[in-house]
Ligand binder design. Structure first.
Ligand code: ATP
Ligand code: MG
Length: 427
């Protein structure tokens, strides 16, 4: 036998047994997005590398070491998208979707990052992303957060903590950056390798370090909150007031800086301690400068992305398991030359009731073995077309989940009989 080929490390198949949970999450989210007036957008999985470098920032984990980049046959540098915001902004500029109008958008799909695979961290993973363009105030920041809070409620997820921070304007951040660099440089001996590297390229990211040895130094560092510009401070206060009024609990985490360079003002994360090290299920913030930076007209923007695998792990951990819906009918075709009539009858049932689940036994087999499959399918009813039934112009109905005698029904009356049975007054 030939040696089998396995999937790429960190990239997973989503098997039929897991699909109901995914579909439920997608369906709940789709309806939620609609109820807030957000429309779906679908972007390519591959973009020019330059788009991500310009958007996410050169000195970030993603661009430094996580991108799947390749040269295609034309010699173009392309990258499998590591996140959705860059492509969404690109698409909106390209199609004029943000000219003198606001846009509320969402997308859902796979993202690719070459990270070290572990629980909750994969190389292909799925995100739901939401973006709001053209609205500068804290009201839309609050709307995005309310939307996520409602999603947790709809899914039955409790105990997520909302962490918030403000990164201030670019100018304020630049000023703070100098203060931070002075502080960190004064303690250079205590910096780990990553932090030393970031000291002059992206010092704010030092605050984001997960290294326990760095924590005391970070704790004592000057705070961004003390260096906010007035506009950002007012924006942040406005957001907190809106959340207070809406009854949304939060923690202000002055060290929350987020991994992507494009954020300013509001940043937020929903975190849990129930998923081990990978505890952030949703993250977002405001990126007012990005659209202009990518060649569009200045447009305020805010958004978030949530990790679907982490959310589903949380649901599973809470014991919620969505089950597949079984078919209504398993169609047993037991006899030579009956396939054509069997398929025709099954088609006529599907014509009659769109949505009716009819699984036809293809590939033959004895009556006994087909009945076993019927039982395993989870269907409530088996329809049996054997040689005797065919000769009499009938189909037999067998009740798979009740003790009840089998019935022979003329083929012409099958729908009338099924109608009663399926609608629950089939006595
Ligand atoms: P982390 O700090 O966990 O690496 P991040 O800041 O890189 O996260 P974002 O780019 O903000 O993550 O992505 C938003 C969300 O997508 C994360 O909060 C997480 O739920 C999910 N996510 C990010 N990277 C992965 C991954 N490699 N595998 C699974 N989910 C991921
Ligand atoms: Mg990351």
């Amino acid at each position: 036998m030939a040696k089998s080929i396995q999937a790429i490390r960190g990239m997973h198949d989503i098997l039929p047994g897991d699909i109901p949970a995914w579909q439920r999450l997608e369906a709940v989210f789709r309806e939620l997005a609609h109820s807030y007036g957000y429309g779906e957008i679908r972007m390519p999985l591959v973009e020019k590398t330059e788009l991500f470098v310009r958007t996410i920032g050169e000195v970030t984990d993603i661009v430094e070491k996580e991108m799947y980049t390749f040269t295609d046959l034309n010699g173009d540098q392309l990258t499998l998208r590591p996140e959705g915001t860059a492509g969404c902004v690109r698409a909106c500029i390209e199609h004029g979707l943000i000219h003198n109008q606001v846009q509320r958008l969402w997308y859902c799909g796979p993202m690719f990052r070459h990270e070290r695979p572990q629980k909750g961290r994969y190389r292909q993973f799925y995100q739901i992303g939401v973006e709001a363009y053209g609205m500068a105030g804290p009201d839309v920041d609050a709307e995005l957060i309310l939307m996520t809070a409602r999603l947790w409620k709809l899914l039955g997820i409790e105990g997520l903590e909302l962490q918030l921070n403000s990164l201030g304007s670019r100018e304020a951040r630049r000023a703070y950056r100098d203060v931070l660099v002075d502080y960190m440089a004064a303690h250079e001996a205590r910096l780990d390798e990553d932090s030393r590297r970031r000291l002059h390229s992206n010092p704010l990211r030092i605050l984001d370090s997960k290294n326990p040895a760095m924590q005391a130094l970070i704790e004592a560092a000057p705070r961004l909150a003390d260096h906010l510009d007035e506009d950002s401070a007012r924006h942040f206060e406005g957001l907190l007031a809106l959340l207070d009024a809406a009854g949304i609990a939060y923690t202000v985490n002055p060290r929350l800086v987020r991994g992507l360079d494009y954020y300013e003002k509001t940043v937020f994360e929903w975190v849990t301690d129930r998923l081990g090290a990978q505890g952030t299920v949703c993250a977002g913030g405001r990126y007012d400068g990005l659209i202009e930076h990518l060649g569009g007209r200045h447009t305020p923007a805010a958004g978030f992305a949530l990790g679907m695998e982490r959310l589903l792990a949380l649901l599973e951990e809470g014991g919620a398991r969505a089950a597949a819906t079984p078919p209504h009918i398993y169609f047993v075709i037991a006899g030579e030359g009956l396939a054509s009539l069997g398929l025709e009858l099954a088609e006529s049932l599907r014509d009659w009731r769109p949505g009716l689940g009819v699984v036809v036994n293809c590939g033959g087999g004895s009556l006994k073995s087909q009945m076993k499959k019927a039982d395993k399918s989870g269907a409530a009813l088996a329809l049996i077309l054997g040689e005797d039934e065919a000769q009499r112009g009938e189909v037999a109905i067998k009740f798979l989940r009740e003790k009840r005698p089998q019935e022979g029904v003329p083929q012409a009356e099958l729908k009338t009989r099924l109608e009663r049975l399926l609608d629950g007054n089939g006595a």
